[in-house]
Write a protein that binds this ligand. Sequence first.
Ligand code: ADP
Length: 330
Amino acid sequence: MATALQENTFTGTQESASAVIRVEDIRHSYGKRTALKGISFDVAVGEIFGLLGPNGSGKTTLFRILSTLMLPTSGRALVSGFDSIKQADEVRRRIGVVFQSKSVDLKLTAAENLWHQGHLYGLRGATLKSRIQEMLERVALADRAKDKVETFSGGMQRRVELAKGLMHRPSVLLLDEPTTGLDPGARRDLWLYLDELRMREKVSIIATTHLMEEAEHCDRLAILNLGDIVGLGTPAELRSEIGGDVVMLEAADPAALAQRIQEQFKIATTALDAKVRLEIKDGLKFVTAVAEAMPGTIQSVSISKPTLDDVFISRTGHRFWTEQEQQEND
Ligand code: ADP
């Protein structure tokens, strides 16, 4: 029988003692292309942990490694102390995986979908029947058990997938872009439901997302860029690192404006969307001072509190989305 590595790996701080997932220096390359450059983080019991990153940042690669579908080039992941490479079966027993692509059978009822899933995990007879009932109740679909899934809304179908992922009572739920294809209302509902799930059942959740607003629902986040973690913490912690305000200035000649600000005010600026962007404690005071020092130069001004997008810009020097991607997402 496999033995948990808990004792020799989960030593040290209190925080690591409650970690149900530990990711240690995972690297992955596809041939010459490096997708992950050494990723490490812990996830606590009952925590919702987000992997936020733009396309190509390595989310899918990491997701596939954590769900034991792929081996990393180096490094390892531990789930409840079990090594995802050496003890993959033990890890599989403890994780529920919900992929982005649909995995429910639309022609079957909600209960039939769960019946097949339970069978895969060796559940039979009365145990299977009561588990199906329990899971449908958990995702608030007990009254629709006998309805074909094709009659369900997108949000309800996603909840059937969650119920499938929970059939074998995993302690960890891995969700790949969980709200893809859902309208804003169904997205909000799903996050409310996930929040309830981790509170009631103490299930730890790792969710990949490319949506900033979704990342705000997570307790903690790893922000990925080109295979690196460029930010790790609660959404509030990450935003507070910027401190103060984010100012965007539009001018006929942004490069000249940026240079004058750097010379006169000794403030670092970034060029973004043909505007001058900077972070400053008191945005209003600064803008007033610039307008006085350089009358007629500035065409428009915006002052805002930092968002996760600003955290990304601050760490990488570029936007999370290209403008075209932003339009596609709006
Ligand atoms: P994300 O899910 O954040 O979009 P991926 O993990 O899919 O990121 O991709 C990370 C990097 O690895 C990208 O540069 C991507 O082109 C590359 N990549 C992903 N899958 C493969 C593959 N099967 N073969 C070669 N390169 C790949």
